[in-house]
Design a protein around this ligand. Structure first.
Ligand SMILES: NC(=O)c1ccc[n+]([C@@H]2O[C@H](COP(=O)([O-])OP(=O)(O)OC[C@H]3O[C@@H](n4cnc5c(N)ncnc54)[C@H](OP(=O)(O)O)[C@@H]3O)[C@@H](O)[C@H]2O)c1
Length: 444
């Protein structure tokens, strides 16, 4: 920190005064002494940007701050050192951050959707302008996974990362598992408790977890993995029957975001820039009940990182909420107060190369497969024949009694490719063996 700034307060422009913005205002007041002792400076919020200035607020504005509805009152005020973007959404948030960087301000944001879908240009601009662009709160709330990947594990090669990155989906799955609720009932309960939005699409269709995974891939591998190239499957409509059957095999169903390095098969030219490709996606999967990830309950988030020097690491904590998220925002602001050198992506250079991607049909995994069939002789043999024809070998099988919709047959397979699994199931459809579409999940 320069001598001149040592006693000068850091002046903040706070965009958004909702859940996280309100939490930040509270923390700036409650933790003022810690902030001063740890950074040597005070933090002062000069203006707070909102959409509706008339709205009643549950949290008082930070002392001395003015409310405004004019974005330029933050971005174009030369007194303001740093913009904190907590309005969410894409277009207005991008315009705000873009303008703030143009005006030479540092930026702290919690906006995963923006950084995942359109972050590249913003990172490039921050690099050009030598400004800090920090986003700890955008992935898994209070869990310091961004800092861990960008700094603590910077000397490691990251071999894989898998996590529970969406608290709403995890709450729904936990309720279905522990209390036997159906999907719709668990979703409604999550909405009543304020864990799910009125429109839960982003959470239950996997997009929120996917946004976070894109940021984690960038931090772990220093590559641009285009959001539109990521394979994303959520938990909408998941049947409580599969939750129950998975339990019988000793598994829990979790919504997982995963990336791992896959070596190019011998003799195959996989990518222009080397032999490592990334297999990444968001999907519901069976996780054995003895794994830590299976025990992550309710709205909690978690991430398991496998790194070549550190080995396995497990992070667990609150992925959302006013104070947990605001604490992560505040840590980023304190880095700005200390005038740390920008290290926004954790990698040097403006251009991050495009990721070499393993197409989803090549992914290899064990599978849980449930089919509903007629109670007739030979059906089990025919289904097994469809699997065998694609080289899939079955490790375990259970058959349940007909409860009116047909007989549930569940197979746990040995490792196979997604393509082989999809071809085998197509064979069962073509042979007219199924009473309803098959349900299948990867087994981790
Ligand atoms: N909530 C969490 O636990 C959590 C966790 C991690 C990350 N995040 C991220 O943090 C960000 C903020 O989330 P939040 O939950 O705090 O949102 P929120 O409660 O909906 O608050 C949004 C705030 O931004 C203001 N705003 C929205 N659009 C605006 C616009 N165009 N111009 C000016 N002000 C605008 C709103 O103003 P009014 O008050 O006048 O309506 C409100 O104060 C999002 O990117 C979210 O993804 C949230």
């Amino acid at each position: 920190m320069t001598k001149a700034n040592e006693s000068k307060p850091l002046v903040v422009g706070l965009a958004g005064f909702g859940t996280v913005g309100g939490g930040l205002a509270r923390l700036l007041g409650e933790n003022a002494d810690i902030i001063r002792r740890r950074t040597g400076r005070d933090m002062v919020v000069k203006r707070v940007l909102v959409r509706n200035a008339q709205k009643a607020r549950g949290v008082p504005l930070p002392e001395g701050a003015e409310l405004t509805t004019d974005p330029a009152a933050l971005t174009d005020d030369p007194d303001i050192d740093v913009l904190v973007e907590l309005i969410g959404g894409i277009d207005q948030a991008r315009a705000l951050i873009d303008r703030a960087l143009d005006q030479g301000k540092h930026v702290v944001t919690a906006n995963k959707a923006l950084l995942a879908e359109e972050g590249l240009a913003l990172f490039q601009k921050a690099e050009r302008k030598k400004r800090i662009l920090r986003y700890e709160a955008s992935v898994a709330g209070a869990i310091p996974i961004v800092q861990a990947l960008r700094e603590s594990l910077t000397g490691n090669r990251i071999e894989s990362l898998m996590g529970i990155l969406n608290g709403t989906s995890n709450y729904i799955l936990s309720e279905m598992t522990s209390n036997g609720l159906d999907f719709d009932v668990a979703l409604k309960q999550a909405q009543e408790l304020g864990y799910a939005e009125a429109d839960p699409t982003l959470d239950i269709d996997g997009h929120d977890a996917a946004h976070k995974l894109i940021l984690l891939i960038r931090l772990a591998y220093g590559v641009n993995y285009p959001y539109t190239a990521l394979s994303v499957r959520g938990i909408r409509g998941l049947s409580s029957l599969d939750i129950r059957l998975a339990r019988e095999f000793g598994y829990r169903i979790k919504l997982i975001g995963q990336v791992r390095e896959v070596r190019c098969p011998e003799g195959r030219d996989c990518a222009d820039d080397g032999s490592i490709r990334l297999e990444a996606g968001v999907f519901p999967a069976l996780v054995h009940h003895t794994f830590l990830l299976a025990r992550v309950g309710g709205v909690y988030n978690a991430a398991r990182v496998e790194a070549n020097a550190a080995g396995a690491l497990f992070f667990h904590g609150r992925g959302a909420g006013d104070l947990p998220t605001a604490g992560a925002v505040l840590a980023d602001l304190m880095a700005v107060a200390r005038e740390e050198r920008p290290n926004n992506t954790g990698f040097v250079g403006r251009e991050l190369p495009r990721a070499a991607i393993v197409p989803p049909e090549e992914w290899r995994s064990c599978y849980y497969v449930r089919v509903m069939v007629q109670d007739a002789p030979g059906v089990l043999r025919d289904i097994s024949g469809c699997m065998a024809a694609e080289g899939i070998s079955v490790a375990q099988m259970i058959q349940k009694t007909d409860e009116g919709h047909g007989v549930p047959l569940v197979f746990m397979t040995h490792e196979t490719s997604a393509q082989a699994m999809s071809d085998a199931l197509q064979r069962t459809v073509d042979a007219g063996l199924l009473k309803e579409p098959a349900v299948y999940f990867r087994v981790l």
